[in-house]
Design a protein around this ligand. Sequence first.
Ligand SMILES: [Zn+2]
Ligand SMILES: [Zn+2]
Length: 354
Amino acid sequence: MKAAAIVEYKQPLVIQDMPDPEPGPGDAIIRTEACGVCRTDWHLWQHEWTWIGMELNLPRVPGHEFGGEIVECGKEVTRFKRGDRVTVPFHLGCGKCEECWNGRYNLCFAYGAIGVHHDGGYGELVRVPSADSTLVRLPEGVDGFTAAALGCRFMTAYHGVVDRAAVRPGEWVAVFGIGGVGLSVVQIASAIGARVIAVSRSDEKLAMAREEGAEATVKAGPNAPAEITEITKGGAAVTVDALGASTTTIPAILSLARAGRHVQLGMTGIEDAGKIAIPMDLVVVKEIRIAGSLGCPMTSYAGMLAMVASGKLKPARLVEAAVNITEVNGVLTAMTGFQTRGFHVITSWQAAAV
Ligand SMILES: [Zn+2]
Ligand SMILES: [Zn+2]
């Protein structure tokens, strides 16, 4: 099979022929129809996130946002069979630990993440460990391309908005950082009836947020919390940091109403290296709740996929371009300068150079 692999940090991915993966007893082999190129891949390629144990064993084939068809199953797999069309949350549920038993598959760290600890969807074929407790069947009307557009950004946004923030219709939701995750949050929160304010330093991204349903937009900067407080007449009920930086987390918390909820979706980059100074006294006197949100447990996919199948949610709208595997280095380089506007999805391995 053809695959693009990180062989050396910060160096172009190498596009090469690799042996087809073989399934272990609980594994499934997926033929990738489409795979998203994600800022997570960029962070890993830059050798960041080592502070939370995300060290790659190079060479590594990245890619944790894909959908496709099962071509082979190990003999212990019971819920899936060859020919099933599936998507793969980046978090692998072992199915045997307390988190998995409680439905928190996204918090099972037993097998790590696909594309990080196991080769992922930048390859034409992917071995998915622990298939029965990881794979999600795609309903009619949701193709592999749409599945790639779902995750991790869209599915992370869904879990954050619906499960962690429990956003209700009519609530003000201010979204900081309008990249792929932020646009997903805008679309999902709008679809469930929230009033959304998008915050970005880019006019172009604010215009895109309006197209996804944002009612108001605010330019990022020192005045953003005051502007949001003015628009909402007292502060947002929910703020979402979709980027993960002190320049987004802190103004987000400053923009909350009393009893507001802040959801942290973005993880930090090298500037903050995992630590952000939070206005903690404000958290106390306003009874603010801060919730982290990671991925999306399998148990929440049914609701999300039903909204996608019925057309209420449209993750594929957020795809900027479908690309060939040979183009991934160009996409990752563009991410360095924040020049990508939406998702890029790999849909072809055929013309790959060797
Ligand atoms: Zn588990
Ligand atoms: Zn991702």
